[in-house]
Design a protein around this ligand. Sequence first.
Ligand code: AMP
Ligand code: ZN
Ligand code: FE
Ligand code: FE
Length: 285
Amino acid sequence: MRIDLHSHSTASDGTDSPTELMTKAAQAGLDVVAITDHDGTDGWAEAVGARPDGLTVVLGAEISCTYQDVLGERTNLHLLAYLLDATHPALVAQWQLLRESRSVRARRVVDRLAADGYPISWADVEAVADGAPIGRPHLGRVLVDAGVVPDVGAAFRDLLSVRQPYYLPKIDMDVFAAIRLVVDAGGVAVFAHPLARRRGPVVGDDVVAAMARAGLVGIEVRHPDHGPDERAHAARLAADLGLVVTGSSDYHGTNKTVQLGECTTEPTAYEQLFDRSTALRPVGD
Ligand code: AMP
Ligand code: ZN
Ligand code: FE
Ligand code: FE
């Protein structure tokens, strides 16, 4: 069984439509794929409709969260939420807010870049995003199309990095509130790429322990942004805190170089995770 529990489509900042994502998952030899677009579930219906025979689809989303320490210092982190009731009113309201925040933020970033002479416009970004919640990979594509950078990865290393003046925060959700919301919506919460340091600061072990107490079920250990040390560290945390270990590619189509199935989840972990969902079941299981 080959199981990849984290991928993005054009319903957020991936480059494959949900239909293409399903086809490619089957071609990559996956038995199970999760569609986990950022802050929304707009790709779900198309993914289910396009599911090839023999492929199981886990419906999910990746929620942009923030942890605020006692001094008010914020750290961004991502939560994977699987098999949750997407019509939960508090969830819908939160995603609406986040979508708006993403849009206003991206517009400001474009203004700043354009003011500094980069030949890009808001219309370019809207065309690339095509209605999806706008993320930095969309800005990256526009920068590539304008000839500013060779690829989206280069944009992330330079202009779009959190360490640049072109980085702006968005209204991310408090991570503990998000975990409670996922649980309340009948879903299963997994901490995505907890130690992906090259993206920016990460939270300490004490925060992961507090997340586990709040209802976190699993932790992504095998992820392209985790090296051997991060994998060992995350695996230790999982053992200490009784969290289910997952592995996934975080595929984004051509916005990233990683391929579907590059990191995978063990079948036993898959069973443990989704025994707990109360709202939905994997489709095709
Ligand atoms: P945002 O949520 O708008 O701040 O953008 C973060 C998104 O960019 C996440 O989905 C990441 O997976 C994606 N991302 C992070 N690093 C890279 C990279 N090097 N190349 C392409 N996408 C990236
Ligand atoms: Zn993304
Ligand atoms: Fe993420
Ligand atoms: Fe992701």
